[in-house]
Design a protein around this ligand. Structure first.
Ligand code: GTP
Ligand code: MG
Length: 197
């Protein structure tokens, strides 16, 4: 797929205020700092479309972007940052669950996982939430440029093994690096395949 146009549409805290659900949408979710906004910029080849930061907690709202006037990309705030109050955590959880429940046009969630880490409790819990809600999702391993391919493969193998303790089937997996533009074609191909427009 060729990205001819990528435009910012809106930032919202309330799902009710998000754009009409007339076009399919793909949402990026995952721990704070995992690289959601960077991956959106890499996919769209617009380095400043989504705001990124080396400090976790940069994205705080539900951000909609429209691509080629035919589908939405959504950048969501991250979870799992230790220095966040219980109140903020609950606010996040309420907002994201409302988002997942109410976007009837949600084609797929891209759940980003830091490829450098052992399976994280927060990620496994969030996979459980997606499964229970019946939301279609795939896993996207990020920041693979920061370590050897061997290490990435070993961590992914561990992640798969952990998932197979509770799941019969594994979701689709993508291996990416926003810094090296790795996985771009595969992700765009997947979006094109699942997008009925
Ligand atoms: P929040 O909005 O805080 O939830 O974070 P986020 O998941 O949107 O992360 P963001 O894209 O802002 O990236 C966090 C930091 O990781 C930034 O300093 C990025 O430059 C860096 N980063 C993201 N992806 C990659 C990658 O593939 N490789 C490398 N080396 N750095 C990356
Ligand atoms: Mg972000």
């Amino acid at each position: 797929m060729i990205i001819k146009e990528a435009k910012f549409v809106s930032s919202n805290t309330e799902v009710a205020k998000c754009p009409e659900t007339t076009l399919p949408e793909y949402a990026f979710i995952g721990r704070s700092n995992v690289g959601k906004s960077s991956l959106i910029n890499m996919l769209t080849e617009r380095s400043k479309l989504a705001k990124t930061s080396s400090l976790p907690g940069k994205t705080q709202l539900i951000n909609h972007f429209i691509i080629n006037d035919t589908w939405y990309l959504v950048d969501l705030p991250g979870y799992g940052w230790a220095r966040v109050s219980q109140t903020s955590r609950e606010k996040w959880s309420k907002m994201v669950k409302a988002y997942l429940r109410n976007r009837s046009n949600l084609a797929c969630v891209f759940l980003l996982i830091d490829s450098r880490l052992e399976p994280q409790k927060t990620d496994l819990e969030f996979i459980q939430v997606l499964g229970t809600m019946g939301v279609p999702f795939v896993l996207v391993f990020t920041k693979t440029d920061k370590q050897s391919g061997q290490k990435t493969q070993a961590n992914i193998a561990t992640f798969k093994k952990t998932l197979l303790q509770t799941w019969e089937e594994l979701p689709r997996l993508f291996i990416t690096s926003a810094a090296e533009k790795k996985g771009r074609e595969e992700l765009l191909e997947f979006i094109a395949e699942t997008n009925d427009q």
